[in-house]
Ligand binder design. Structure first.
Ligand SMILES: Nc1ncnc2c1ncn2[C@@H]1O[C@H](COP(=O)(O)OP(=O)(O)OP(=O)(O)O)[C@@H](O)[C@H]1O
Length: 552
């Protein structure tokens, strides 16, 4: 037997193995009945009926813009029935239709391999799988179990474990995304455009990878794609999303050769008959949006005690994400930035007050003690807190809004939902904790540096008075006869924590709003800086109305 004959025989045996394995029904069938879908008022599907068979690999084909990705997102449970622009109705059944216990979508999680992979870059490859295993499992999975399973999956799919996720190549990231989906052990895996933008050879490798995965870990797999050529070799079943009659039709294998003709021309983009909205309409819409945002802000403020409860399925991952945001809010760079600010304000407050004193030669000996009282009081009670909270709102608010915004744009928040994490609990609560810890911490750091700078600046010009003189008078208005805290520390904490909550909520709100493009992430960052600095100023203004009247 020649080498080529041996290869042919091996290939035939492997194909027959696959055929046999394809006969094994596994996974869960999904049936759509009388399913209608529209986006932005434009109908995409009308009373569509189709079944995605259990344990088979189905391609959902259609031209660009016909609604394939929307269908995938609905099957994944990522678009709810109250979405502002996307409407759908009808029945989505998971399981045997004849079975009265057929489960609906809410009870039936599905795994998704996103086009952008939606991996968690701050976690290692193995942690990306562990987090999915621990959250998606209906039962408690020990850390050890999750770790062993994740190791096995990474080995199986050939993903290196010793690198950070963000440096993996595109192909390795795709393998990792598939490993994460398989690790969730759902009956259904959805793939969004897995070969989009790839050259022919790479697309063929990806197709092979999906087929191998399907063979090893049989699931009901659905791939939405317009790339029939690359994926036809691995399909068990093909469904066409026909935009002419807005239906989902099964295409029998004998018609696969004429699929390009069946696909037809892409839908024409119809310009809106109404034309662009007038300036008045746009202004009214903007006011409506602003009022809705204010209402939502008040609602969130009232629900704050609930948001602060760490309702995490796993404390390990909750604390891990909290640590990520603590580093973002008050990591080394934030500490350095805030310390420099403290140094500048300490120097300005100390040096300039003395330097520009009118008739300094005569007034300074009379006022020196009072000037030190005022410097210490103003630095502790309002100068440092105002400066710090504004800087934190701008720097850390922007950092968090950018982080969350890129997670929305990169589908990581959607990936969290599909693995069973609630982004409000798993991301918003850690952000709140990070600001509640970070804002007081950074402010006290800044005050420490400001008072130290004030001492140095004072001693450089008044060495004769000495440090004890500075200390006694700088802290005169702050020290209480008993107790460890300075006067007004309660007020200080009140405004710092109010600012912290406001900055956290604004950065979450602006960051987590839907993002269709990268510039929208920048818009979220800009809005966070604007609204959180304004909020911070307002908090200091309102507090000052009461704080400096009240006995301290
Ligand atoms: N949030 C939204 N609001 C309004 N219209 C939307 C929204 N999301 C999608 N659409 C519209 O719905 C239609 C279908 O979008 P979808 O992304 O599902 O297309 P697709 O078939 O996946 O196309 P492609 O293959 O090019 O990705 C498009 O016309 C799109 O503009």
């Amino acid at each position: 037997m020649t080498e080529s004959n041996i290869n042919e025989a091996a290939k035939a045996a492997s194909n027959s193995d696959r055929q046999q394995q394809r006969e094994v029904p596994a996974g869960t069938a999904i049936t759509l009945r009388a399913f209608s879908l529209s986006a932005g008022g434009k109908p995409l599907l009308n009373d569509a009926n189709v079944t995605f068979p259990a344990g088979k690999l189905t391609l959902v084909l259609g031209c660009s813009g016909v609604g394939k990705s929307l269908l995938l997102r609905i099957l994944a449970g990522l678009i709810d029935e109250h979405h502002a622009a996307i409407r759908y109705s009808g029945h989505i059944n998971f399981g045997d239709e004849a079975n009265t216990k057929a489960r609906n979508h809410a009870e039936h999680p599905v795994a998704v391999v996103f086009q952008s992979f939606a991996l968690f870059d701050e976690l290692t490859p193995i942690e990306n799988i562990e987090i999915a295993i621990e959250h998606s499992s209906q039962t408690t999975v020990s850390r050890n179990e999750a770790n062993q399973k994740a190791h096995a999956l990474l080995n199986e799919l050939g993903v290196p474990e010793d690198r950070t996720t963000s440096v993996l190549s595109g192909g390795q990231q795709q393998r990792l995304a598939i490993a994460r989906a398989v690790g969730m052990e759902t009956d259904v895996v959805l793939y969004d455009e897995p070969t989009s933008g790839l050259d022919t050879n790479t697309a063929a490798q990806v197709a092979e990878l999906i087929r191998d995965t399907q063979t090893k870990f049989t699931r009901t797999s659905i791939i939405v794609t317009h790339d029939f050529e690359a994926l036809k070799g691995i399909a068990d079943h093909v469904v066409l999303l026909n935009h002419h009659d807005r239906t989902l039709q099964e295409v029998k294998p004998d018609q696969w050769s004429v699929l390009p003709e069946l696909l037809g021309d892409p839908p024409r983009v119809e310009s809106s008959a109404a034309g662009p909205a007038s300036a008045t309409t746009r202004a009214t819409q903007a006011i409506g949006r602003a009022m809705a945002a204010c209402g939502e802000f008040v609602e969130q403020a009232l629900l704050l005690p609930v948001a602060l409860v760490p309702w995490w399925k796993s404390f390990r991952w909750g604390s891990r994400i909290t640590w990520h945001y603590i580093k973002l809010v008050c990591g080394w760079s934030a500490c350095f930035y805030i310390a420099i600010a403290g140094m500048i304000i300490g120097f300005v407050a100390q040096d300039f007050i003395f330097r520009y004193l009118p008739f300094r030669q005569y007034t300074e000996p009379l006022l020196i003690e009072n000037l030190l009282h005022a410097t210490g009081f103003s630095l502790y009670r309002f100068l440092v807190p105002i400066l710090c909270t504004i800087l934190i709102a701008a720097r850390s608010g922007a950092a968090v809004a950018a982080d969350v915004g890129s997670k929305v744009y990169g589908n990581q928040l959607d990936a969290m939902k599909t693995i069973g994490m609630n982004p409000s609990r798993s991301v918003r609560t850690p952000i709140l904790y990070a600001f509640l810890i970070g804002v007081p911490l950074l402010t006290f750091l800044s005050y420490g540096v400001a008072s130290l700078t004030s001492a140095v600046a004072f001693l450089s010009t008044h060495a004769r008075e000495g440090i004890a003189f500075w200390d006694a008078h700088f802290h005169k208005e702050l020290r209480l006869p008993t107790g460890v805290f300075y006067k007004g520390t309660g007020w200080l904490f009140g405004k710092l924590l109010t600012c912290a909550v406001g900055i956290a909520m604004i950065s979450w709100k602006c960051g987590s709003a839907p993002k269709q493009s990268a510039p929208e992430i920048s818009r979220g960052v800009t809005q966070t800086i604007l609204w959180s600095t304004l909020f911070t100023l307002l908090v200091h203004f309102v507090f000052s109305l009461f704080e400096f009247k009240a006995p301290t």
